[in-house]
Design a protein around this ligand. Structure first.
Ligand code: SDX
Length: 432
């Protein structure tokens, strides 16, 4: 069978080259441009990587046109309905769903690594009490590299798996500690008798003065929220983790870099920005004014929770999140949440607006998550922290895959230089 290629011709020199086309299991094929520099003495140009595949990966597949998301071939809708978060973690780390024995070993291992070194508590004391929990999480996660020297040799597959499991196990503990610290309440230790999502809710909301009762509807909603945020192909924070890892940095430092990238309001910080936006809109009567602002090219305002680099259809996670939102609000007896009322009305109006239709802007995963989390009692400053707890498994799985990829090189993009042509240095007393 003839190899599929594309021909690139430099019209100014007349030189042509054949570039191989590589095809994956699903999705768009790619043009392998690795020889373009040596053969044409040129680089490709793609700010924001709008049309660039940075790696091969088997973990997650997204079809932006159809609004589909799969992990290891399993659709996110099925995983959200039939799996649990630790099983999805196993799927991402190992590439297949676990057997019953593998699942119980994995659950046991994660449950028994949830405690952090007692000295880590003192890192929290150094933060101002009004520090943003993402600032705390970013700092303390990076600090883990100072405690776990036995799992920082990235060339050792056993140490890579130990570090991955430690990060999945300890991120909820650190996140809950950041929440407790910012609210001035004492830390709670993890409980091995509780499941992952239950344990996280317990560490966040239990107080020493009374027994904390796990609400099964909230625990199930939290587990689903974690599944929905687990991994999402080569998004900004995952690409940050891969780039940091490509230099050989230890896994804790790489995940801290991912947390920093996730914080931005265009990325994981959007769930916090959605709630702030709904609060600013204030009532359904104000929605047309804000839609107008979002359409206005001269107004930097954007509708947070709408739009996506890949999805040009509904984000499948947003659909599951919307159903979960109604369940949680019903369970909590919050029938007339004004923010939910605004969100539902905003979604309806936006989806009929020709600007949003033309730009293919649909609600994304962040649109509803904030409403659920607020109803559960989390402050908006904790929303992106929860996103980081869930995405840790995606980051470590992608980081592991990158290290195990024989094609792996240090990531070092080039540029189109638009600065000054060569100049001679003029001593300061001779300058105009
Ligand atoms: C996440 O990558 C991932 O997978 C991320 C994520 C994950 O799981 O890791 O899915 C999680 O980050 C979801 C996205 C959360 N962000 C937001 O909700 C912030 C609001 N959305 C936008 O900032 C924007 O849609 C992005 C950042 C999500 C995507 O931006 P792109 O792909 O760079 O697209 P763009 O900014 O070039 O927008 C295309 C057009 C522009 O108009 P034109 O320049 O073509 O005239 O659509 C407009 C934009 O102005 N547009 C919006 C809009 N989003 C895009 N206009 C109004 N409101 C919006 N929300």
């Amino acid at each position: 069978m003839t190899k599929k290629t594309v021909t690139v011709t430099n019209n100014s020199t007349g030189k042509s080259i054949e570039l191989p086309i590589l095809e994956g299991t699903l999705g768009q094929p790619v043009i392998d441009i690795r020889s373009i520099h040596s053969e044409l003495d040129m680089f490709t140009f793609d700010p924001g990587f709008m049309a660039t595949a940075s790696c091969k990966s088997r973990l997650t597949y997204i079809d932006g046109e159809k609004g589909q998301l799969m992990h290891g071939g399993y659709s996110i809708d099925e995983l959200a309905e039939k799996s649990d978060f630790l099983e999805v973690c196993y799927l991402l780390l190992h590439g297949e769903l676990p057997t019953a024995d593998e699942k119980s070993e994995f659950d046991y291992a994660i449950t028994h690594h949830t405690m952090v070194h007692e000295q880590i508590n003192s890192f929290f004391r150094g933060f101002r009490r009004d520090a943003h929990p993402m600032a705390i999480l970013c700092g303390v996660t990076g600090a883990l590299s100072a405690f776990y020297h036995d799992s920082t040799d990235i060339s050792d597959p056993i140490q890579r798996m130990v570090a991955s499991r430690r990060l999945i196990a300890k991120m909820p503990t650190l996140a809950a500690m950041a929440f407790k610290y910012s609210s001035g309440q004492p830390f709670n230790y993890p409980r091995n008798s509780l499941k992952y999502a239950e344990n996280f809710l317990h560490m966040c909301f239990a107080v020493p003065t009374e027994e904390y009762e796990i609400n099964p509807v909230l625990a199930s909603a939290m587990d689903k929220i974690l599944i929905l945020h687990a991994d999402h192909e080569q998004n900004a924070s995952t690409s940050t983790v891969r780039l940091a890892g490509s230099s050989g940095a230890n896994p804790f430092a790489c995940i801290a870099a991912g947390i920093a990238a996730l914080w931005g309001p265009a990325h994981g910080g959007a769930n916090e920005a959605v709630l702030d936006m709904l609060g600013e809109i204030g009532s359904t009567s104000q929605i047309p004014k804000y839609i107008e602002r979002a359409r206005d090219k001269n107004d930097p305002f954007r509708l947070f929770g709408f739009g996506h680099r890949v999805y040009k259809n509904f984000d499948p996670r947003a659909k599951v999140m919307r159903e979960e939102c109604h369940k949680v609000l019903k369970q909590l007896g919050v029938s007339n949440d004004p923010l939910l009322e605004i969100a539902l009305e905003l979604e309806e109006i936006a989806l009929k607006d020709d600007y949003f239709i033309e730009k293919k802007l649909y609600p994304n995963v962040d649109f509803y998550s904030g409403i659920i989390l607020k109803a559960m009692g989390f402050p908006t400053s904790m929303f992106t922290v929860l996103f980081a707890v869930a995405r840790t498994v995606g980051w470590v799985s992608q980081w592991k895959e990158m290290i195990e990829d024989p094609m792996q090189r240090i990531g070092r993009p080039r540029q189109l230089y638009t600065g000054s042509a060569p100049k001679t240095y003029i001593p300061i007393d001779k300058r105009g």
